[in-house]
Design a protein around this ligand. Structure first.
Ligand SMILES: Cc1cc2nc3c(=O)[nH]c(=O)nc-3n(C[C@H](O)[C@H](O)[C@H](O)COP(=O)(O)OP(=O)(O)OC[C@H]3O[C@@H](n4cnc5c(N)ncnc54)[C@H](O)[C@@H]3O)c2cc1C
Length: 408
């Protein structure tokens, strides 16, 4: 190694790319190397379950670092390369191909992997999981030839796939083992509204329903037995959640606990090793937490990259997610309150929905459906911890922006 410091980033998702770009910005003399096991220019995942499946976009239409790609930012790309081990003492990453890449600082941004249900083994005919662009291409090809789809899991990705399939005219059912959809992402009221809109678009949502057995019928279709009867479909997509990909860190002896443990600076117990995005567990306001959404990955990655390059920035972003299903743009922003206080629904025009969860006099969390402007204002209320009056929040004649101005 010669010249400036070398910062190595493992993982070509939004956290890894943001880390690499931020490291280069922090220290332009540093050599920044991004190791990614996928072969193509890093791409965004959110379109995969939406525009890519419906045929409105291709995965390569959304490169994470913009049209010129990561290399245009002065980052050296080692694509198609899997980091297999970290040699702490030698500060070296070892790749599957046997290359040894030394580092002064290392960022792990290995993301997450799909939770596989043994009843639905990936690779078996007609069974799909969705995580990568290759998964999306394969699923899209099958979906466009299918008349019926069964989605296992009523979480965000499963419901986005269901909405995309319904838009293509595919008869779609979803089975969800919990008593309601979106148990992890949304409160019960928002989930019920989303459920209702899926139903009006013809998606058959079966909650409280567990798959018991998978059978292949003589005509090639698949049948899933449940205690409510069998559901048959040409195609099955499993959206059963993800697990953090913390294997590299674990095998290197770094503390992990459903994710790589990091401090507020995205630093692991080894001061030269950072972790960010889906794979990392960081200190939240109510204890350590892990998030699986794009904005967090991007912002957390940038903090890890800056700090790996000599910065000293604490992660303080307010997390948020979005999801697109049918004509709904669903959003959530904030830190769920440790003990939920009041809940306030603010009437909005048309089919838009806005709901706040309060923690004492402050907004802890806001949910919106087709309420992007209002959610942006709610984000500012949360970021600035502005005290609010529940009656004013619920009063549509009182502009949300005025709550910001009045109390700022
Ligand atoms: C289909 C889909 C739709 C989504 N839609 C939304 C949405 O609408 N809104 C939202 O907020 N979030 C959405 N998400 C979630 C969001 O995309 C993720 O939270 C985000 O991609 C996480 O970023 P990351 O960089 O931490 O990990 P990832 O994006 O998972 O990237 C990790 C990368 O590291 C690579 N890697 C892993 N191990 C190694 C190794 N040892 N060596 C080299 N490379 C390695 C992986 O192959 C991968 O390319 C969606 C996710 C999916 C899959």
């Amino acid at each position: 190694m010669s010249g400036g410091r070398r910062i190595v980033v493992v993982g070509g998702g939004p956290a890894g790319v943001a880390a690499a770009l931020a490291a280069k910005q922090q220290d332009s003399a540093a050599e920044v190397v991004l190791i990614g096991d996928e072969r193509q220019e890093p791409y965004e995942k959110p379109p995969l379950s939406k525009a890519v499946l419906t045929g409105k976009a291709l995965p390569e239409d959304a490169p994470i670092a913009g049209p010129k790609g990561v290399a245009a930012h002065g980052v050296r790309l080692a694509l198609g390369s899997t980091a297999k081990a970290i040699d702490h003492d030698a500060r070296t990453v070892v790749t599957e191909a046997g290359a040894r890449i030394g580092y002064d600082a290392l960022v792990l941004a290995t993301g997450s992997i799909n939770r596989v249900l043994p009843m639905f083994p990936p690779g078996r005919g007609g069974i799909h999981y969705l995580r990568t662009e290759a998964d999306a291409r394969a699923l899209k090809a099958r979906l466009h030839q299918s008349r019926s789809l069964l989605v296992i899991g009523g979480g965000l990705i499963g419901l986005e796939v269901a909405a995309s399939a319904a838009a293509l005219g595919v008869k779609t059912s979803v089975i969800e083992i919990a008593p309601r959809i979106l148990a992890r992402a949304c409160n019960a009221e928002i989930a019920a509204l989303i459920h209702e809109r899926h139903a009006t678009r013809g998606v058959d949502l079966c909650i409280d329903t567990a798959p018991r057995e998978l059978r292949e019928l003589a005509d090639g279709r698949l049948a899933v037995e449940t205690h409510r009867g069998a559901i048959t479909a040409d195609l099955i997509v499993v959206g059963a959640g993800v697990m953090p990909d913390d294997r590299l860190a674990r095998e290197a002896g770094l503390p992990t606990q459903d994710g790589i443990m990091v401090d507020r600076h995205a630093r692991t117990s080894d001061p030269a090793v950072f972790a960010a995005g889906d794979c990392a567990r960081f200190p939240g306001p109510h204890g350590s937490m892990r998030l699986e959404n794009w904005r967090h990955a991007q912002e957390h990655g940038a903090i890890a990259g800056r700090n790996a390059a000599g910065g000293d920035v604490a992660y303080a972003a307010v997390p948020s997610f979005w999801s697109e299903q049918h004509d709904m743009y669903v959003q959530g922003v904030g830190w769920p309150a440790a003990e939920p206080g009041g809940r306030v629904r603010r009437p909005l025009a048309g089919d838009a929905v806005l709901m706040f969860e309060l923690d004492g006099p402050q907004v802890a969390y806001a949910w919106g459906i087709n309420a992007q402007r209002e959610i942006a204002l709610a984000r500012r209320l949360i970021e600035r911890s502005i005290p609010v009056d529940a009656a004013e929040l619920a009063d549509p004649s009182k502009p949300l922006g005025s709550l910001l101005k009045a109390k700022a």
